[in-house]
Design a protein around this ligand. Structure first.
Ligand code: UDP
Ligand code: MG
Length: 327
């Protein structure tokens, strides 16, 4: 769809920035990021802002920015689709030879971008930026993130690199590969890991948000984690089969035990408490099992509708790109 630039020019870097209610941080963003991009003499750059249904005037601000900078474009989604979808939109829209997803809140220092590019020049297709110091995140967030990665990597076929967010560099080949993955619920960290390719790692220190508030509450993160697990593992489904076998085996052994005891000692009144406990326990376990199955059926249902991942309502900046295909 998007053609890389011809080889007589310097390669193009696309910075993809999803924005949801980021008005407060954008001026600072421009001040910090644009000089870094301009400073890379061997690279051309473009910035693709994706407005993910903001309600705080972010779009107006972005349109103004795009008007003043010819290398900046804005893709306006028709509502809030969530960060994963917004990032997908931006990556689809990017024309660069390399694409770098980048948060608007400046938690990831722009100075790392030239280091990613340097690694790419050494021949890597993917350069992951790994956080070595997450002290800017709360203790709870770090702990839960680390637990999530451990759990996910134990039960999934793919390994998510720990302490790496969406901030990374991808070559055009990797972007093309990503675009061949058709699922509409996009757990990007998983998709990035799934496509593979030659990968290098660059380490950096993550900072606190420059302004504005985080968009991810505890509940949203929990659902995000569920999304991650169900996207890349069917172990939660399979585990019930084994659990069923074990339960059946225990039940049979217990039956044999009761039989023998009755033959030897006769039949005293059997325990009411043990029956209730077993009944409630198995009832609870079955409900959890059904819940897990439901989680997956829900995903099948959503995927089967084949709805697009996002809808673009308008584009601003550069050539206003209106002639390009909708997604
Ligand atoms: N974001 C988005 N849509 C959403 C939520 C977030 O585009 O529904 C963007 C947000 O504007 C920011 C990035 O995703 O650029 C990361 O969000 P945030 O910094 O709030 O997440 P955190 O760093 O706290 O995990
Ligand atoms: Mg952030």
């Amino acid at each position: 769809m998007n053609q890389p630039v011809p080889h007589n020019k310097s390669p193009l870097l696309s910075l993809v920035v999803p924005c949801y209610n980021e008005r407060e941080v954008l001026p600072e963003f421009m001040q910090q990021v644009v000089p870094v991009l301009q400073g890379m003499s061997s690279m051309d750059y473009e910035v693709v802002f994706v407005n993910d249904g903001s309600r705080d005037g972010t779009l107006e601000l972005l349109i103004g920015i795009a008007r003043d900078h010819e290398r900046i474009r804005v893709v306006d989604l028709s509502r809030n689709f969530g960060k994963e979808a917004a990032m997908t939109a931006g990556i689809d829209e990017a024309r660069g030879d390399v694409v770098v997803p980048f948060d608007a809140d400046l938690q990831d220092p722009p100075e790392v971008i030239p280091r990613l590019v340097a690694k790419w020049r050494e021949g890597f297709d993917v350069v992951i930026a790994r956080r070595v110091d997450r002290s800017s995140d709360t203790y709870l967030k770090r702990k839960s993130a680390s637990l999530f990665y451990k759990f996910h990597n134990t039960i999934s076929d793919i390994d998510l690199p720990e302490n790496a967010g969406d901030f990374r560099l991808m070559s055009r080949d990797v972007v093309n590969a990503l675009q061949r993955l058709t699922e509409s619920r996009r757990f990007m960290k998983g998709l990035f890991a799934w496509v593979g390719f030659n990968t290098a790692v660059v380490e950096y220190t993550r900072r606190p948000r420059a302004a504005g508030k985080t968009k991810f509450s505890g509940w949203r993160l929990w659902n995000f984690a569920l999304e991650g697990v169900t996207s890349f593992s069917t172990l939660p489904l399979r585990v019930w089969t084994y659990f069923g076998f074990v339960t059946a085996f225990v039940a049979l052994s217990y039956a044999a035990f009761i039989l023998i005891r009755t033959l030897i000692f006769g039949n005293p009144v059997p325990g009411y408490a043990s029956i209730v406990t077993i009944l409630l326990f198995l009832g609870g376990v079955q409900l959890v099992g059904i819940g897990v199955v439901g989680e997956y059926i829900g995903r099948i249902y959503i995927e089967s509708k084949q709805r697009p991942v996002y809808l673009v309502q308008a584009r601003y900046g550069a050539d206003e790109g209106a002639e390009r295909g909708e997604n």
